[in-house]
Design a binder for this molecule. Structure first.
Ligand SMILES: Cc1cc2nc3c(=O)[nH]c(=O)nc-3n(C[C@H](O)[C@H](O)[C@H](O)COP(=O)(O)OP(=O)(O)OC[C@H]3O[C@@H](n4cnc5c(N)ncnc54)[C@H](O)[C@@H]3O)c2cc1C
Length: 298
């Protein structure tokens, strides 16, 4: 059976794309290798997505999943491994078999580079975050740690310093890699303490929440928040397709089309400026509508 559209990834961007495509009458298949909702399942509290008030990531994820069910969008738990182009048909190869479609939307997200510490994964959303804009307000009046030494680490440190009581900024080298003006602002801010030549060697938890960060095996900082800005890892798993930039993000045009006809990409896996739920949902909606229009044209 050939689908009109296969959406790879059931995060908010993929689900938005599928909702618009399905509502336009397309025959849609969604493929997800893990949990529907994607990154949402790892977010503690969301307070900047319009219309839902303050909501937990899993609750918003569940609402999105309900839309998939309400609209009777077909989905399968399957990991996409490759996409083969045969004339104007796409064969999506997965660990459970091959699926065919005229169009494919990639909504596969990205990963935060992590510190490689033992209990790090479990504490994401419970003290560990990579999103100051999203989670900063949860630490109002508290002490936190930020790790990193580039522009984004310093920008986010300044943003957080205006909310929290104190920021310990941990950097593994003896100098930052950021712009001079940013470094100056960070150095001048009273509630930021910089620890150069420092590495987090372990983290401790209590009742499933972050409790302490240990630096260089000897400095113990009792903090409630740890923000890591040591970069993201985009995933160029479709090695045969020439759709990635030099940092493995997918390049798209204003309609979210990649350089390959019929293959689109949306959400955190693309090259863009703002990586948020609302921008991911927007990307998906625009791509879903564009695919629908293209199919109706032909
Ligand atoms: C800790 C944290 C807190 C955040 N808080 C907020 C917030 O409060 N507000 C806000 O607006 N934004 C927030 N963000 C950002 C926001 O979560 C993301 O921008 C958004 O969820 C991205 O959605 P997405 O659909 O592009 O990707 P994802 O949600 O990452 O979904 C991608 C999906 O693709 C699947 N996938 C990947 N590869 C394959 C494959 N090969 N085969 C099949 N499936 C695959 C994955 O399993 C995943 O389910 C936060 C981010 C983090 C990390």
């Amino acid at each position: 059976m050939q689908y009109d559209l296969i959406v790879v990834g059931m995060g908010i961007s993929g689900i938005s794309a599928a909702i618009y495509a399905k509502n336009s009458g397309l025959n849609v298949l969604m493929l997800e290798k893990n949990t529907p909702g994607g990154l949402l399942n790892k977010i503690n509290t969301i307070n900047n997505y319009p219309g839902v008030g303050e909501i937990t990531g899993p609750d918003l994820s569940y609402k999105l999943f309900q839309s998939v069910n309400d609209l009777q969008i077909t989905y399968k738990i399957a990991e996409v491994e490759n996409i083969i182009l045969i004339e104007n048909k796409k064969v999506v190869q997965t660990n459970i078999g091959d699926f065919e479609a005229k169009y494919v939307i990639l909504a596969t997200g990205r990963k935060n580079r992590n510190l490689g510490l033992k209990n790090e994964e479990q504490l994401i959303g419970h003290g560990i975050s990579t999103c100051a804009l999203c989670d900063g307000s949860l630490y109002k009046g508290k002490e936190i740690v930020v790790v990193g030494g580039g522009n984004s680490a310093l920008e986010e440190t300044l943003y957080l310093a205006n909310i929290v009581k104190k920021v310990y900024l941990i950097h593994r080298r003896d100098a930052f890699r950021a712009e001079f003006s940013l470094i100056k602002k960070v150095e001048e801010k009273e509630n930021i303490e910089i620890l150069y030549n420092s590495t987090i060697t372990s983290i401790k938890e209590e009742n499933g929440k972050l409790k302490e960060v240990v630096i260089n095996d000897k400095i113990h900082l009792e903090v409630e928040g740890l923000f890591t800005y040591i970069g993201y890892e985009a995933n160029n798993f479709l090695k045969d397709l020439d759709i990635y930039n030099e940092t493995n993000y997918i390049k798209v045009n204003e309609n979210y089309e990649t350089s390959i006809q019929g293959i689109y990409a949306v959400g955190d896996c693309i090259e863009k400026k703002i990586y948020q739920l609302i921008t991911a949902a927007n990307d998906g909606a625009v791509a879903g509508i564009h695919v629908s229009k293209e199919i109706k044209k032909n």
